[in-house]
Design a protein around this ligand. Structure first.
Ligand SMILES: [Zn+2]
Ligand SMILES: [Zn+2]
Length: 492
């Protein structure tokens, strides 16, 4: 009897499940695990004297550069991981969002349990295992929570489109306000509700034109708002995206705008009354740097200051809510940053006190983001047949975002956005990324991409997402630089 021939050694390439470690390592697959380990498997491997989890991303014969004798063995098979197809999708995404980092995508593609029927969930659901994928439906395609905030800044809508295409499955994007990206992808495959259905779904939109008010009366607490505040039967939420007491202050005696002594940026007033530089974090007492006076006029008020003004105008208590508010106090009148729209329920009126800060924000997605705020407010107050009402204070009543909401016709925004973005070479027509950090300019120069410097680094641009991602992933990061690379940056 001949002994069974010894099989050729099998080597597994493993991505360790360690944050910040972007390397892959080779391990020998022991004979006992040969029939269990496949591409995608979750395993445990020894690394730097510890045992850690990881994913097998490739299997094959030994590499010539690394002799088998020097390889250590995989310690343990843990579980079945992402399929080979999902691994390929992860590789595509790692490049598409400008990094060669597979780990974030492998984490997303390795949920605790195997799923075989219908998968429903937030943005990570787009990575869920789902054999024989039939269709992918992305609800509220415009919702910003579909994009990962940490880098790589992948977007579930874009992953869904790619995954469905690879699997030969249908992809449906649903939104009351489709983004320019979705519309360009859809082309002529857009299905719209009837005009009457669209109108019925929206609340009443009241646009308060601030140019009608006398300049000395241009308080954010307008006469239109006061009517709602004083109506004891109404629950009202006021939104102003400025936390603290004030964003801008001027001295009452010498009229100097209050600036940072160190970096010259305009200072804000925090809840404790002191002046805070939002650029360099320098804090100083409430004293004018020109004349020493401590009497200040608020040029741009924040939530804390407005709460006092609103309470005085309403004659009933007003509760303030920001992203930091832990427990929501009970009340009928609220003022807060947009976080308040995620916290309060059962509301009659939402009032945007200074909507121009959203409409004219220096970000390429500002119009879509402003529109999304109106949709969120609309859902909070409900459709017009139930009396739902959104009050918008603005100096730009003819802005297409407001007209679109007023006429329940989001195409007004879509048409102008697509034209503007095509003209300016912005997504979805061209690909954009923000690079932040001290060595940003050195790095973007090395990518060979077109770029412009910004306060925090640089913006880079390419003709396609693939070309952009490839250049960003392939260019070595300068040593010791802690660069942040945001592909399709939501706030630029
Ligand atoms: Zn002064
Ligand atoms: Zn400063």
């Amino acid at each position: 009897m001949n002994p069974a021939p010894t099989p050729a050694p099998l080597v597994a390439r493993v991505v360790p499940d360690l944050t910040g470690l972007d390397k892959q390592f080779d391990y020998l697959v022991p004979a006992s695990l040969r029939d269990r380990i496949a591409v995608g498997s979750l395993v445990r491997v020894p690394l730097h004297g510890r045992r850690i989890g990881g994913w097998v991303v490739a299997l094959g014969p030994p590499d010539e550069a690394m002799p088998v004798e020097r390889l250590v063995e995989i310690a343990k098979f843990s579980s079945v991981g992402p399929s080979a197809a999902m691994l390929e999708l992860a590789r595509w995404a790692a490049m598409r969002w400008g990094a060669h980092r597979l780990r974030p995508f492998l984490v997303a593609a390795s949920p605790p349990a195997m799923v075989v029927a219908v998968v429903v969930g937030g943005r990570s659901a787009v990575w869920a295992p789902c054999p024989h994928l039939h269709s992918v439906v992305v609800l509220d395609e415009h919702d910003e929570s579909l994009q990962e905030e940490r880098t790589p800044t992948w977007h579930a809508r874009d992953v869904a489109i790619e995954r469905a295409a690879r699997a030969g499955a249908a992809c449906v994007l649903v939104s009351p306000i489709p983004t320019a990206t979705a519309l360009r992808w859809a082309g002529d495959r857009v299905v719209e509700p009837s005009v009457s259905d669209a109108v019925a779904g929206w609340p009443f939109i009241d646009i308060f034109d601030r140019t009608d008010e006398e300049p000395w009366k241009r308080s954010l607490v307008s006469s239109a708002l006061i009517r709602h505040l004083r109506d004891a039967g109404q629950r009202v939420v006021c939104v102003i995206n400025t936390a603290g007491r004030a964003r801008l202050l001027a001295c009452r005696s010498c009229r100097a705008l209050q600036r940072c002594a160190r970096c010259d940026a305009a200072v804000s007033q925090s809840d404790d009354g002191r002046l805070l530089c939002r650029r360099c974090a320098t804090i100083r007492p409430l004293v004018c740097q020109q004349c020493g006076s401590s009497a200040m006029a608020v040029v741009k008020p924040g939530v804390t200051r407005l709460r006092e003004e609103l309470e005085a105008a309403a004659g009933r208590p007003v509760v303030s809510v920001t992203g930091d508010t832990a427990e929501l106090p009970i009340g009928d009148l609220y003022v807060g940053t947009e976080a308040v729209l995620h916290r309060v329920r059962g509301v009659d009126v939402v009032a945007f006190l200074d909507f121009d800060a959203e409409l004219f924000a220096p970000r390429y997605r500002a119009a879509e983001q402003a529109m999304a705020l109106l949709v969120r407010a609309g859902r909070l107050v409900g459709p017009r047949r139930g009396g739902g009402r959104v009050l918008v204070q603005t100096f730009a009543p003819q802005h297409e975002v407001l007209q679109a909401a007023l006429f329940a016709d989001p195409r007004r925004v879509a048409i102008s956005e697509l034209a503007r973005r095509r003209l300016l070479g912005l997504p979805p027509f061209r690909a954009l990324a923000a690079v932040e950090g001290a060595a940003a300019e050195e790095f973007v120069t090395a990518t060979g991409l077109e770029y412009a410097t910004t306060a925090k680094g640089a913006l880079v641009r390419a003709d396609t997402w693939e070309a952009l991602g490839q250049a960003l992933a392939d260019t070595p990061r300068p040593k010791g630089s802690r660069l942040r690379v945001e592909v399709d940056p939501p706030r630029q």
